[in-house]
Design a protein around this ligand. Structure first.
Ligand SMILES: Cc1cc2nc3c(=O)[nH]c(=O)nc-3n(C[C@H](O)[C@H](O)[C@H](O)COP(=O)(O)OP(=O)(O)OC[C@H]3O[C@@H](n4cnc5c(N)ncnc54)[C@H](O)[C@@H]3O)c2cc1C
Length: 455
């Protein structure tokens, strides 16, 4: 094996280094920047948003007790309001403020970071870290771009990579999946040219069970959603029955189908599918053989599903696929094993914590990774919510002292992560992480000043 020589260039250090610019990463960077910390955000893609933009995960799911009592506030609500002002966001009739256009979202997130004086470094993949084991401190991270290898040292690091890359690279305790179970991955896409008025009219006339809500906004836009799975008598079922009988769809294509219109975009529909669930294998988001296969297989599924929509669904006859997500939708991969591991019992009993940083009533929502397996949808108590403690963002103290973890890679059991992973919670976790990182730096600078004065 040839020895890999790594010649790297050291870039100027910062206070807070945020790895990954998804919901959690942007919240962390903006909060640290606003608290006065010199903050750098390193992102491997060409845009911010992570799953929300790169995997086209729109809308954000509702995290609220009712239409008036939204459980996530702070920068999450700020970004929702900014999206509306930018012409790319809307609130659904159930009070969910998280309907958005992913392309508008990209520049709204840029603006928030730049205003908070966060240095954005796109197209950089973090590939290694340097640990100071004697002090349990992370010293610097190494990353690669077209210009070569680089490193940056920081006082505090926040792992918002979703996949827990800093956790893994620093040797911090983590796990992924549960036994042979994983969350299914999806390759989402969008279709344009849909006549939403025709679709909305048909859904209004035919939805007898309330599975396909339609909301007409004052500006004339239509927000709507509909779905189909094998488990229920959905409004769209007759179309799927026909397409399956005619072999235009296979079982895997029809196992999970969900659509949402996109605010401020005429005729645009976002698909929360296809869900990639082969019979023979549990796919691993950290295995490149698996993810490469998912991309080609997923695109074939999109071909079939979009043809089905054009042929069968009202309003879709002139529609076309306008975007296939550049990134695979990964619901779960590495999870920190930190100072507190949030459990399914915590979610289902509505547990509260003294060090709470997020409130949520989203259910444990597990998408089976193999066709034929059963998923889970288990709710916290009615009219109640559970909390995520700050300790679920912190590695064990003897392992690493200056790393905080936020987003879907938090310290939670496989089941609890199935609830905590929604975007609103990732925003709340990132915000808490950014504030804590800036505070720890201020406190340590203060204690250095005090020591100097005493001398
Ligand atoms: C198919 C699917 C459907 C979902 N449906 C919903 C839904 O309807 N509503 C909802 O609210 N939530 C939903 N979720 C969950 C939610 O979208 C995600 O859990 C959430 O967006 C994760 O945010 P995050 O910031 O933790 O991570 P991510 O959004 O994954 O962000 C991680 C960022 O880190 C970057 N990164 C990763 N590794 C590196 C590296 N080594 N170096 C540099 N950068 C790196 C990535 O490029 C990315 O930008 C869904 C998820 C999926 C996959």
């Amino acid at each position: 094996m040839p020895k890999l020589e790594l010649n790297y260039k050291e870039l100027p250090p910062c206070d807070v280094l945020v790895a990954g610019g998804g919901s959690a990463g942007v919240a962390a960077a903006v909060s640290a920047g606003r608290a006065g910390a010199k903050t750098i955000l390193i992102e491997k893609s060409t845009f911010l948003g992570g799953m929300a933009t790169g995997a086209l995960v729109t809308p954000m799911m509702k995290n609220a007790l009712d239409a008036r009592n939204i459980l996530t506030k702070g920068v999450f609500l700020e970004v929702c309001n900014r999206l509306v002002k930018a012409g790319g966001g809307a609130t659904f009739q159930d009070g969910n403020p998280g309907w958005f256009n992913p392309e508008v979202y990209k520049w709204v997130l840029d603006e928030m970071c730049l205003e908070a004086k966060v240095k954005l470094m796109f197209e950089n993949q973090i590939v290694a870290v340097e640990m100071l084991h004697a002090t349990s401190l992370l010293k610097r991270i190494f990353f690669v771009n077209k210009g070569g290898f680089f490193s940056i040292a920081a006082k505090e690091f926040i792992d918002c990579t979703g996949d827990g890359d800093l956790i893994a690279l620093s040797g911090t305790s983590h796990e992924s999946g549960e036994k042979n179970h994983r969350q299914a991955m999806s390759l989402r896409f969008m279709m344009s040219g849909v006549d939403l008025r025709v679709l909305a009219k048909w859904l209004k006339e035919n939805d007898k069970k309330g599975d396909s809500p339609v909301h007409f906004l004052d500006n004339g836009d239509i927000l709507l959603s509909s779905a189909y799975t094998f488990e229920k008598e959905w409004t769209l079922k007759p179309f799927f029955d026909d397409a399956l009988k005619n072999k235009e769809l296979e079982k895997e294509d029809a196992a999970y189908f969900q659509i949402f219109s996109v605010p401020a975009s005429q005729g645009l529909v976002a698909f929360n599918c296809p869900r990639i669930t082969p019979e023979s294998k549990t796919l691993d988001p950290l295995n490149n053989e698996d993810t490469s296969w998912i991309l080609t297989h997923g695109r074939q599924m999109i071909k079939k599903i979009s043809n089905f929509c054009k042929k069968y669904l009202p309003g879709f006859s002139h529609s076309y696929v306008c975007q296939i997500a550049p990134n695979i939708g990964v619901r779960e991969s590495r999870r920190l094993i930190g100072q507190y591991v949030l459990s399914a019992d915590d979610v289902l009993s509505g547990k509260k914590f003294e060090d709470a940083i997020a409130d949520s009533n989203w259910p444990i929502d597990i998408h089976p990774s193999r066709i034929g397996e059963k998923g889970q949808l288990r709710h916290p108590p009615k009219n109640d919510y559970y909390q995520i403690p700050l300790r679920s963002l912190l590695p064990k103290e003897n392992e690493i002292k200056n790393l905080i973890v936020a987003g879907r890679c938090l310290s939670a059991s496989f089941e609890a992560q199935g609830s905590a992973r929604i975007q609103a919670n990732c925003w709340a976790m990132g915000e808490a992480a950014g504030i804590l990182a800036a505070k720890r730096i201020k406190n340590s600078d203060l204690s250095k000043d005090t020591k100097a004065e005493r001398r």
